[in-house]
Design a protein around this ligand. Structure first.
Ligand code: 3PG
Length: 214
């Protein structure tokens, strides 16, 4: 499957952060019920690998990638536990190398022209733009896109229902990621319907912004 193409038609990537595989599975199912197809299971808890494997095994309707991957070792572990793509907060040659060697997409975080240029020279055609709102938001992204004509960006960090359409309207934006779709308080309360609702709202915004609702 071509993940980049899938993202272009399903341009919202929720973060799934859990320290219990059962919760990761319920969260992913709730997101999928709202129409989202791709999620990033983040390596921010001790049981992230188990969570990733559980989502990969038990939620076939969701394409699971690994997020917050910081090292080549973590990238290998993620790919051994069902990840179909890798996302990093920063740009690390080791992480990119593992993804290339194993033939999966990698979206490393960048926020400066030098980092985007480095990614370009590593042969990447898509990077995360992180933390998008602090790194200058839409004006900064447009400035980067005007120089790196072929590069696609995945803004993450500060994306919300209020600015999602504006980010997605930029032609160089492949997709947007974020944690607003999986609020910790809703998960703690077991309110998975709220997560489905947030996902459905994001899907509707994305379809309108991309003209996919016609
Ligand atoms: C990420 O890892 O992509 C960010 O933490 C997401 O940022 P957000 O919490 O502002 O959506």
């Amino acid at each position: 499957m071509n993940i980049t193409e899938l993202l272009s038609n399903n341009p919202v990537v929720p973060l799934v952060q859990a320290d219990d595989p059962a919760i990761a599975v319920k969260t992913s199912r709730a997101l999928a019920a709202g129409g989202l197809k791709v999620a990033e299971v983040v390596f921010r808890t001790d049981r992230a690998l188990e969570c990733l494997q559980a989502v990969a095994d038990e939620v076939p309707e969701m394409i699971a990638g690994a997020g917050t991957v910081l090292s080549a070792e973590q990238a290998n572990a993620a790919l051994d536990h069902g990840a179909q793509f890798i996302v990093s907060p920063g740009l690390d040659d080791g992480v990119v190398g593992v993804a290339k060697e194993r033939g999966v997409p990698v979206y490393p975080g960048t926020m400066t022209p030098s980092e985007v240029q480095h990614a370009f020279n590593l042969g990447l055609d898509t990077v995360k733009f992180f933390p998008a709102s602090i790194a200058g938001g839409i004006p900064a992204l447009k400035a980067l896109a005007s120089v790196f004509r072929t590069m696609k960006f995945m803004p993450t960090g500060g994306v919300s229902p209020g600015n999602l359409a504006d980010f997605l309207a930029i032609p160089a934006v492949l997709a947007c990621g974020g944690s607003w779709l999986t609020p910790a308080d809703k998960i703690a309360a077991g309110d998975y319907d709220a997560i489905t609702q947030l996902a459905a709202e994001a899907v509707a915004i994305a379809k309108r912004a991309r003209g996919l609702d016609k």
